[in-house]
Each structure stands twice: as C-alpha cells, then as structure tokens.
Write a protein that binds this ligand. Structure first.
Ligand SMILES: NC(=O)C1=CN([C@@H]2O[C@H](COP(=O)(O)OP(=O)(O)OC[C@H]3O[C@@H](n4cnc5c(N)ncnc54)[C@H](O)[C@@H]3O)[C@@H](O)[C@H]2O)[C@@H](O)CC1
Ligand SMILES: [K+]
Length: 481
C-alpha cells in the first residue's frame, strides 16, 4: 500500500519528487492514473450515488480530472466534464482520450450535485481570467458539495496567497504530498476538510531544514513508579502587573505534565488556588531555587520600568532555565538587551502583532522568497534570537533551525479570545520542565492547546474562556498517553 509522509512541499520539491519516480522508470501517465484513481475514491465515497461535474483545465490537474471522471462513469455515476480549455500535456491528452463520457460545452447546463475542481493545481502561475473565476464561482454556487483536487484553482501553492477569487470548498484532496497552501493562510481557510492521497513519491527525500511537517499528536508516558513532583519538573511563572495572566498560564502548566508549578510574584501578594504555590520572595531569590526546570515570563507582565527590570533579571539569569517568553516580554525585547549574556534556551511565542514588533526591534535583513512572509519572518526571528519560535495564529508555525519546522492544522477559531496565549505559554513551559527539547516542547504545547480548544468548544464548537481552555489541558494530555 502506498503511504504519504507528513512533509509539506514546495512546487519545486514536488516536481523533483515526481521526477525521481519517473527517473526510476515510472511515467507521467502512470502517476496521473494513480493520482486520479486515488482522488476518485474520495469523490466516489462522498457522491454516494449522486451526480458529478468535473471541471478540467489544460494541465495535468485537468488530466487528473479526466481520470476521475472515467473512474466514476465506469462505476455508474452520472458524470459530465466541463473543459474550458483543451489539454496541453501529453499525459492530460491521453487521459482525455481515455474518457468516454459526456463533455458539456455550456457550463451553465452542468447541474449536478458534486463539483470536482480540476482546473489548475500546482502549475498555476497567475490569477485566473475573470471568465474562469466567474465559471468556478457559479458552478460552486449551485453544486451541493465542492471538492478541490490537489489545490483550489486560484491559490499560490507555495505561499497560500489567493491569485484570484475562489469559492469555499468542502474537501481538498492533496495529491502525493501536502503543499504549503493547504496549511497557510489565507488559502487554508478555503480548503474545507483535507485528505492526502499517496501517489508513491517520497516527500522526505526532498526535505531540507525549512521543510515543515504537519504537526501530529504527541505520545507521552505516565510518570514512572519512582516519580516525585520535582522529578516531573518544576515550572515557575513570573507574575507582573496583571497576575490573572500568570494564573492562567499556571493553571495550564499544572495540566501539561510538570509535577510542580509556582508563581513568582516578586514581593506582591496574590490569592491563588491551593494546588498552586506562591513564592513572593524578591525575584532573584526565588529564581535561585535550583529545582526550577522551566520558566514563563511575559503574560500580564506589563511594560513599565518595573516590568523591564523583571525581564532583565529573567534574561540575565546565569543558569540555563528553559524559558518561554510571551506577550509583554516580547513587547519589551526592543528595550532590553538581547541576546542575553549566557547560553540560554528560549521559546518565543509571538502572535502576528508581536512578530511584527520583534522584527522592528531586530531589523533583520528582508529575506523575501517564494514562501509566505510569515514563514520568512519566523525563520529570520530564529536567526536573530537563537530561540525556538512559535508564530501563533490560524496557521501556527513552530521553528528551530537545528531542530525543524512544523505547522499546526487550524485550531478552533474560538481561540481568538483573551488569555489563550497565556495558556499556551504555560503548556509549553510544562513540557520544557519535563525535559523535552524546546522544539518538541513547543510542538507538544501547540498540539495540546489545539486539542484542549476542541474539547472546550465541544463537537460543534462554541465559545469558551481561557480558564475553561486551561481546564481541558489534562483531557487533551490523556489523549496522548
Ligand atoms: N507528473 C506530474 O506532473 C503529476 C501531476 N499531477 C497533477 O498535475 C498538477 C500540476 O500539473 P501542471 O504542472 O500541468 O499544472 P496545472 O494543471 O496546474 O496547470 C498548468 C497549465 O495551466 C496553464 N496556466 C497556468 N496558470 C494559468 C492561468 N492563470 N490561466 C490559464 N492557464 C494557466 C499553464 O500554462 C499550464 O498549461 C498537480 O497539481 C496535480 O494535480 C498529478 O497528476 C500527479 C502527477
Ligand atoms: K484544482
């Protein structure tokens, strides 16, 4: 059975992977048959006897469409093809010659239940003409279910930009490997659910250090029989002007695997739940606790002079306590010295506004390229800071140049509420405290956060608070045992 890896490829990498198969004795026609038949299985399952329109373009994506149409026709479905342009590649011409069904010359007469978009895939080099956009949108509007084969026609595969208007799809069937546009905004929000059909290429052969993998569920073990609270890791969370944020991070950290969580208030008084330890000694004294194995600074820290001093103590601490910097800590980085003098492990968790703020603090050289600007900015920030970066958002990117890149599948949009970032910082710190390397801790944290959101929002999705989210982290954790 063919398998596909979870690597996310550029068009060039995809072409190289396909070429490797051809060099090994395969042909374009064979690849197209495998791709088209694999996609046809999904369409067949979804159609469940209903009629299908296949929209075929001039390239190999269109070729896949003819293969799909012929498979469905042979299985007895009512199929018609709409082909605004004749096939240009030999493989697509052969696929068309092997299709023995109906070709509808007036697309307005194509009134079926399922639309399969095989207009353009990875070969799209510019936006569609107005006529084609209109055709695609009209067809999508009167079909009940809309499927994109490989990619919605109109997106840039490498950076997820919309080159022309596209409808919302119910399903996108990726062929051979994931492409960036499947997971990067804005394209990602149009894909519907996604399925990957293997075609025999080995995506891992094409991977380099900026080739991401799709984030997958981590595996954890229960604590061993001899475990005690300190052996499981101690997370310390630095509270600031708004201690509620630190409490949220702590609530999440307590459920993310660490054995002990305390809040460092630096002399302030704080009411906290009984399972949470409050250390109100001056920060330098509190940080001297050698058992602290991970630290969070930033949530609710504030940006005034006192907050700046707190951050300076944290950054200049001589022992390498792996530290998550979030929120105000990121906003203050332009005002405090960076890099810190000692070798330290940092995970930075900026959302898009904080990423922009950090860029202006570091003024990195602009490394424009084919990928989305968020990807370039994440890579630049890693180079400037030597930290692991978690660039949050609907397309969260996790990057450490020595350890890898991962992209998280879109999580619940109800996460767009105050405090959910504090929760993420707490979970990542909890994973760091257990001894996970920073990239793995960040990946684990993002995955747990996304799963906790699904649990907090229920099956159909509903609003939840950051505290409810933090409360669900243990249940998300349990799914990984
Ligand atoms: N060996 C292969 O190359 C395989 C390719 N496969 C399929 O082939 C696709 C890539 O095929 P292609 O590289 O032929 O690319 P496409 O099928 O995406 O289309 C490229 C063609 O469209 C034209 N074109 C590009 N932008 C246009 C625009 N805005 N308006 C009008 N015409 C435009 C190009 O000149 C070219 O003729 C993949 O997405 C996948 O669906 C699969 O069949 C698997 C095997
Ligand atoms: K397509």
């Amino acid at each position: 059975m063919l398998r596909a890896s979870d690597h996310i490829l550029t068009v060039r990498q995809m072409q190289a992977a396909e070429q490797a198969l051809i060099d090994a004795g395969g042909t374009n026609e064979q690849l197209m048959q495998i791709a088209g038949k694999g996609a046809a299985e999904w369409v067949w399952r979804i159609a469940a006897g209903r009629s299908v329109t296949v929209l075929c373009g001039p390239g190999n994506n269109g070729g896949d469409g003819y293969v799909i149409a012929e498979v469905l026709r042979q299985r007895g479905l009512v199929v018609s093809v709409v082909a605004p342009a004749d096939p240009v590649s030999a493989a697509a011409q052969n696929a068309r010659a092997s299709y023995h069904g109906h070709i509808q010359d007036n697309y307005r007469k194509a009134q079926a239940d399922i639309l399969v978009d095989c207009l353009f895939g990875t070969g799209l080099s510019r936006g569609l003409s107005n006529e084609l956009v209109e055709m695609l949108e009209e067809l999508a509007s009167w079909h009940d279910f809309v499927i994109a084969v490989d990619l919605p026609s109109g997106v840039d595969s490498d950076n997820g930009a919309l080159l022309s208007g596209i409808p919302h799809y119910d399903l996108t069937i990726a062929l051979g490997a994931w492409k960036w546009a499947h997971w990067i905004m804005p394209a990602a929000q149009y894909m519907g659910s996604r399925q990957l059909v293997p075609i025999g290429i080995d995506a891992s052969n094409e991977a380099d250090f900026t080739t991401p993998r799709l984030l997958s569920k981590p595996r954890f073990d229960a604590p061993n029989a001899a475990a005690h609270k300190y052996s499981r890791g101690l997370v310390a969370i630095v509270a600031g002007d708004m201690p509620g944020a630190a409490q949220l991070a702590a609530k999440a950290a307590m459920r993310g695997g660490a054995g002990y969580v305390k809040i460092l208030t630096g002399g302030r008084q704080l009411d906290a739940p009984s399972e949470l330890v409050v250390d109100s000694r001056p920060l330098s004294e509190a940080l001297s606790d050698e058992r602290i194995s991970a630290l969070v600074a930033g949530p609710g820290l504030g940006t005034g002079a006192r907050s700046q001093q707190v951050l300076e103590i944290v950054l200049n601490w001589p022992r390498d306590i792996p530290t998550v910097l979030d929120a105000d800590a990121l906003n203050l980085i332009g005002k405090v010295d960076w890099p810190p003098p000692s070798e330290r492990t940092f995970v930075l968790t900026p959302h898009s506004g904080e990423l922009a703020q950090l860029r202006s603090a570091f003024e990195p050289p602009d490394t424009k390229g084919p990928l989305a600007s968020k990807v370039h900015h994440t890579i630049e920030l890693d180079w400037m800071t030597d930290a692991t970066i978690v660039a949050k958002g609907p397309d969260t990117i996790i990057f450490n140049r020595d350890l890898g890149m991962a992209i998280a599948p879109p999580a619940s949009s109800w996460l767009s509420v105050a405090g959910t970032g504090d929760v993420l910082a707490g979970i990542i710190a909890s994973r760091l405290a257990t001894g996970a390397d920073p990239f793995v801790a960040a990946c684990d944290g993002v995955w747990l956060h996304g799963r906790a959101a699904r649990l907090a929002g229920g099956i159909t999705g509903k609003p939840f608070t950051a505290s409810e989210l933090a409360g669900r982290v243990a249940q998300a954790y349990a799914a990984c045992l």
